[in-house]
Design a protein around this ligand. Structure first.
Ligand SMILES: [Fe+2]
Ligand SMILES: [Fe+2]
Length: 187
């Protein structure tokens, strides 16, 4: 049987870690993940939780993130230090697992990889990867098109969100994470 999850307690905890705008963004991602989860017949509560908590570590200092990661994965710790763009996802996944006692791979991986994506994401991972970019608090130029695609076909939406992320990173001369490039080459 599925255990009961206390979403109100999760929201209460989230509020202590993130600023007001990030909190609103998290609520919006959770709502979008619920909508996409319903369309794709996924476990709605897992979608809602992953959406709600995906950015729980985003406003925390790097030292705090590294400390959270160290408790879980001391072996690869030095490797993660260089992976700045996935740090808040990885630390968030570990924190959520330990704090709320959630042992669920979908929730863990969708929080861990929400920024960069990866090849062979589970359906819930895809939903969180896409929801983070098209939640109702987002208002960039292409968002309406991506939202429409997401409601029609989650796989096409993953591809388009991936392309849009790469485009923005190139435009601002930022590094593209290997996972994102590998995802792009898998289409
Ligand atoms: Fe994030
Ligand atoms: Fe986010």
């Amino acid at each position: 049987m599925e255990k009961d999850f206390d979403l109100d307690y999760m929201k209460y905890t989230l509020k202590k870690f993130v600023n007001h705008n990030r909190y609103l963004h998290s609520i919006n991602v959770s709502c979008m993940a619920e909508e996409l989860g319903l369309i794709n017949k996924l476990n709605i509560i897992h979608c809602k939780i992953a959406g709600l908590l995906h950015d729980i570590m985003k406003d925390m200092p790097i030292e705090f993130l590294l400390n959270v990661i160290k408790t879980e994965d001391a072996i690869n710790f030095n490797l993660y230090k260089k992976e700045i763009c996935i740090l808040h996802g990885l630390a968030g996944a570990i924190y959520v697992k330990n704090t709320f006692n959630i042992n669920n791979n979908d929730i863990y991986n969708s929080i861990k990889y929400h920024t960069v994506g990866r090849v062979d994401m589970s359906d819930i991972e895809k939903v969180i990867f896409v929801s983070d970019s098209i939640s109702y608090d987002r208002d960039y130029k292409d968002v309406e098109r991506l939202r429409k695609l997401a409601f029609e076909d989650i796989d096409i939406a993953v591809r388009e969100v991936c392309i849009s992320k790469i485009f923005l990173l190139v435009k601002s001369k930022k590094r593209i994470h290997f996972n994102t490039l590998e995802l792009y080459h898998s289409f």
